[in-house]
Design a protein around this ligand. Sequence first.
Ligand SMILES: Cc1cc2nc3c(=O)[nH]c(=O)nc-3n(C[C@H](O)[C@H](O)[C@H](O)COP(=O)(O)O)c2cc1C
Length: 221
Amino acid sequence: MNVEEAIVGRCSCRAYLEREVPRETIEKILDTARWSPSGANLQPWKVAVVQGEAKERLSRALLRAFEGGEKAAPDYPYYPKAWPEPYKSRRFECGMALYRALEIERDDKARRLEAWKDNYRFFGAPAALFFFVERVMEQGAWIDMGMFIQNVMLAARHHGLESCPQASVADYPEVVRRELELEKDLVLLCGLSLGYPDAGHPVNNYRTDREPVEGFTRWYD
Ligand SMILES: Cc1cc2nc3c(=O)[nH]c(=O)nc-3n(C[C@H](O)[C@H](O)[C@H](O)COP(=O)(O)O)c2cc1C
């Protein structure tokens, strides 16, 4: 798989096969991603890899928080407070594409809720990764983290794995830090479900769209 294929062919995977991912494979993926660039080579990435019983425990704790009505308290706001166009429409279409794939009617609140809760089950993936940055780091390090996380997703594809980045699990950073016994000064950016894709599942059989290059680029000659 060349780089272009790896980038264009990646999409968020929300159904996985019941097949464990060997620890060595995840190690290899991280070993590749660590070659990501970072300002002054600070390499701010901190990663937790969660599998097996630890993943089940964490999943249960997140579901308990969500179902118990615990208020989401992410370490940072991922989304804007207001939704101006074109972001409002894109967000709407993103949700609708998912519900269409799952054949969930727009007003079927119960099934929409179930679909959302699947986030906290890591969509059945055998592994979940969590990405953190130390609180002392500034915004620059977050750029580095984005590159690192994308490289994890691309390197995963080299091994036949797919993934889904998840801000949803970062709604409860205290739960994640408590369950994983992590220091308070580790800011949780997002999670990432990781596993072998269930290619036949309808949820994995649609693609989100993208604006063409001319829509977001200005050229100066
Ligand atoms: C940082 C980040 C957080 C995301 N959080 C979630 C999430 O919590 N749940 C989910 O189902 N998808 C999540 N997504 C996936 C996006 O919805 C997806 O990337 C977008 O719709 C584009 O689709 P694609 O990844 O299939 O190309 C997230 C993506 C990113 C980059």
